[in-house]
Design a protein around this ligand. Structure first.
Ligand code: UD1
Length: 443
């Protein structure tokens, strides 16, 4: 069955401009997954490292860069600003930021990917001005940008919202260090502020900073580039600004969410797999939840093994900022809870409106009731294959996982969401034994 084309409203946070009649994925009920899979570099890290290259009047080389759609979009944003972006080896991206030609991140690109707003901080620091389209709403909630703006204002920038753009003007004396207390440990606001502070005069203190491993990777990158930063991995960061930010080569950390997605897939299918290329500490709470569900986990330095240990037991999930349970793993666990023994409550504390996936899973027979930011998942469901649409990146991946255990054929549409953050998702799952096929529809 082919769906009719549906154009999304620009700025809806979806990949507007892409053909919704593009590729789709079919999944048949699959055997227990087994074997080894290597995860790519972390999407949420590389996008910010690419933005941070704007701070460097030289060449940045990033290694372990995933081939995903969001990297391409961030590359286009940087190119629009004058950075020369090229793939120089497999998984290696070279960013030449010696000469910038613009300080405007255009609407067409920002509307496709909210993370484009990560250029606000580094552009303000480097150019003294930035003009970035307002990202608008998105399919996992309104996702405000007020803390990014308040942080830049605290550093002395004048910020105006005009004609759908965020306009930042830095006084001729440059950004000045400040003490900033974030109301909530926002990942994006913390990152933008770190990058702006890297060029400010003096030492900026960020209190209640987000502590996600991707932020620690950004801090490591900037430290290697010569920016003194204290407090890496903690909720209080001290960044001393400098104009002497040097060229560097940096290896992106492994993607904990991609790793977690494969682990849940294995657990759901009674599988036995090895996931390589990720720091198990970055997944601590996720691994503990998998253990609570009944899986047996072994941790290596950069490897995680999951062994089947019988039927899954339902677990409650409560998303929180790191080191709490990641919101980006919520949908995958909801899919696992739907087939596990018992009932569970999933509480989404980070984003509003991140339960759209539950409706699609309901089409496959799952029994999920939503009340505000709580979802009651009644387990023991034998899912049945159905045509479903990816509501967002992680929801799309979770529908594929549901398809692995559903009776019959599941067809997942709106695959472009999955392409945003997973490199060769189908290919990797197929290597593990999944009966999955991607159908390419010529554009
Ligand atoms: C990043 C990740 C995303 C992850 C999320 C939480 C990237 C590209 N994306 O998104 O995958 O799910 O962290 O771990 O790295 N908020 C405000 N005002 C602000 C900023 C945020 O109210 O100025 C709110 C948001 O609406 C949201 C919550 O804070 O409800 C968390 O947002 P934030 O941590 O900033 O997430 P992102 O950086 O957008």
């Amino acid at each position: 069955m082919r769906r009719q084309p549906t154009r999304r409203a620009a700025g809806s946070g979806q990949q507007d401009g892409r053909d919704d009649l593009a590729d789709y994925i079919t999944i048949e009920h699959s055997p227990a997954l087994s074997g080894r899979v290597v995860v790519a570099g972390a999407k949420n890290s590389v996008l910010k490292l690419m933005a941070a290259s704007l701070l460097i009047e030289g060449v940045t080389v990033l290694q372990n860069v995933p081939h995903i759609a969001d990297v391409e979009i961030m590359g286009q944003v940087l190119q629009a600003l004058g950075v020369k972006v090229s793939w120089t080896a497999h998984h290696e991206l070279t960013l030449d930021g010696r000469q910038l030609s613009s300080h405007t991140a255009p609407y067409e690109l920002v509307a496709q990917m909210r993370a484009s707003t990560a250029v606000l901080g580094p552009l303000s620091g480097r150019c003294g001005q930035a003009r970035v389209a307002l990202p608008g709403g998105c399919n996992i909630g309104s996702r405000k940008i007020d803390m990014h703006i308040a942080g830049l204002q605290a550093l002395g920038a004048e910020v105006r919202i005009e004609h759908g753009f965020i306009n930042v003007e830095v006084p001729p004396s440059g950004l000045q260090a400040a003490e900033v207390l974030l109301e909530f440990p926002s990942v994006g606001a913390t990152e933008n502020l770190i990058m702006a502070a890297a060029r400010a005069h003096g030492t900026t203190i960020i209190k209640n900073a987000a502590r996600e491993p991707e932020i620690t990777d950004l801090v490591a990158f900037l430290q290697e580039a010569g920016v003194p930063i204290e407090g890496a991995g903690t909720s209080e960061l001290a960044i001393t600004g400098t104009t002497d930010i040097r060229e560097l080569r940096h290896q992106v950390i492994g993607d904990r969410i991609e790793a977690g997605t494969f682990l849940v897939a294995a657990a759901m299918t009674h599988g036995d797999i090895e996931v390589e290329g990720v720091n198990p500490e970055h997944l601590d709470v996720v691994l503990r939840k998998l253990e609570a569900m009944g899986a047996r986990i072994e941790r290596g330095a950069h490897t995680i093994w999951l062994h089947d240990a019988g039927d899954l037991k339902a677990v409650d999930i409560q998303t929180l900022p790191y080191p709490g349970f990641p919101t980006d793993m919520q949908a995958q666990f909801m899919a696992a809870d739907a087939i596990a023994q018992g009932s569970s409550i999933v509480t989404e504390n980070v984003f509003e409106n991140r339960f759209m996936f539950a409706d699609e899973l309901g089409r496959m027979g799952a029994d999920i009731s939503i009340e505000g930011h709580y979802a009651l998942v009644k387990g023991n469901t034998l899912l049945s294959g159905a045509p479903v649409s990816s509501p967002d990146l992680r929801g799309g991946a979770a529908l594929v996982l549901a398809g692995l255990v559903a009776e019959g054929t599941t067809t997942v549409y709106d695959v472009y969401h999955i392409d945003r953050g997973y490199e060769d998702f189908c290919g990797k799952l197929a290597t593990l034994g999944a009966r999955i096929k991607r159908h390419s529809v010529p554009g």
